[in-house]
Design a protein around this ligand. Structure first.
Ligand SMILES: NC(=O)c1ccc[n+]([C@@H]2O[C@H](COP(=O)([O-])OP(=O)(O)OC[C@H]3O[C@@H](n4cnc5c(N)ncnc54)[C@H](OP(=O)(O)O)[C@@H]3O)[C@@H](O)[C@H]2O)c1
Length: 262
């Protein structure tokens, strides 16, 4: 299926690994020129080269911390007029005890997972409105909608982000600019593999066994974690021509872990 976005320009913040990388790849496959940011240069440059080699698309790495003002300037200098903005980051740390969360952790989580995407939207939406076309997708977390103590940092900042995006989506919708959020559950990505490898090691079990325990405890109906591509391809769909009448929505992608009628 042709998503109708060939020749568009996209910023993918946090695109050297995990779901951000998968989103960048899915967009590049559609002929989108992609500008990918991340902090670690070696992994970023490698990811961009691999995506460009596989798709033939132009993929520009931008080594920058998108949660800092300086990083944001660097990203926007490379691509001042994006048609598409995809935002993600590494998952904030899990919080097994809400009392143990430090002020510093709160400030970091707010900077990276709330204020950064807000600032990017403030900077790019006017241009999208003027050009009468724009797509914004924030890859957030299922915990925005279904809170849990272990995701106090990740969920509460994204709940605020979702609230903000819904409000702003109404302002830009008449101009063919849509803003949506994806809310992933548990997926095998760089950070999760690191975290679950450490958890498994501490218990003296394998990575697969640790994942299986989590799947059981959290009642993930699919019986497994997802992978990054379960989110990347859907991101491209929400960035497509076909998404022109979907806005202010948040789609849960969690293998059926959270359930309600609607
Ligand atoms: N994986 C899961 O199971 C899971 C579950 C629920 C929600 N989520 C959410 O899904 C999203 C993606 O998670 P993921 O697991 O795909 O993450 P990941 O594999 O850790 O990848 C995160 C990407 O973002 C980049 N990044 C992180 N902070 C950045 C910053 N300040 N500036 C620029 N780039 C930055 C990382 O590169 P550098 O480190 O080099 O900067 C990397 O490219 C996050 O919002 C997360 O909260 C994930």
């Amino acid at each position: 299926m042709d998503l109708g976005i060939r020749g568009r320009r996209a910023i993918v913040n946090g695109g050297s690994a995990g779901m951000g990388r998968s989103a960048a790849l899915a967009l590049a496959r559609e002929g989108v020129e992609v500008f990918v940011s991340a902090r670690r240069e070696d992994r970023l440059v490698k990811a961009c080269a691999e995506i460009a080699a596989e798709t033939g698309a132009k993929v520009t790495p931008i080594c920058a911390d998108h949660s800092s003002a300086e990083g944001r300037e660097r990203i926007l200098a490379a691509c001042p007029e994006p048609d598409i903005l995809v935002g993600t980051c590494a998952p904030p740390p899990m919080t097994p005890d809400y009392r143990a969360i430090t002020d510093r952790q709160w400030r970091e989580a707010i900077d990276i997972s709330l204020l950064s995407p807000i600032e990017f939207m403030r900077r790019v939406l006017d241009g999208m409105v003027e050009r009468k076309w724009g797509r914004v997708v924030n890859i957030a977390t299922v915990a925005a909608k279904y809170p849990g103590e272990i995701r106090a940092l990740s969920g509460s900042t994204r709940a605020a982000l979702v609230n903000y995006t819904v409000a702003v989506s109404k302002i830009v919708a008449p101009h063919n600019v849509v803003i949506n959020n994806l809310l992933p559950g548990m997926h095998h990505t760089a950070t999760v593999e690191e975290l679950f490898t450490a958890r498994a090691k501490a218990k003296g079990i394998t990575y697969d066994d640790e994942v299986a325990e989590f799947v059981k405890d959290w009642r993930i109906a699919s019986g497994r974690f997802g992978d990054a591509d379960d989110v990347g391809a859907i991101t491209a769909m929400f960035c497509s021509e076909f998404a022109n009448y979907i806005t202010g929505q948040s789609l849960v992608i969690d293998g059926g872990a959270t359930t309600s009628t609607f």
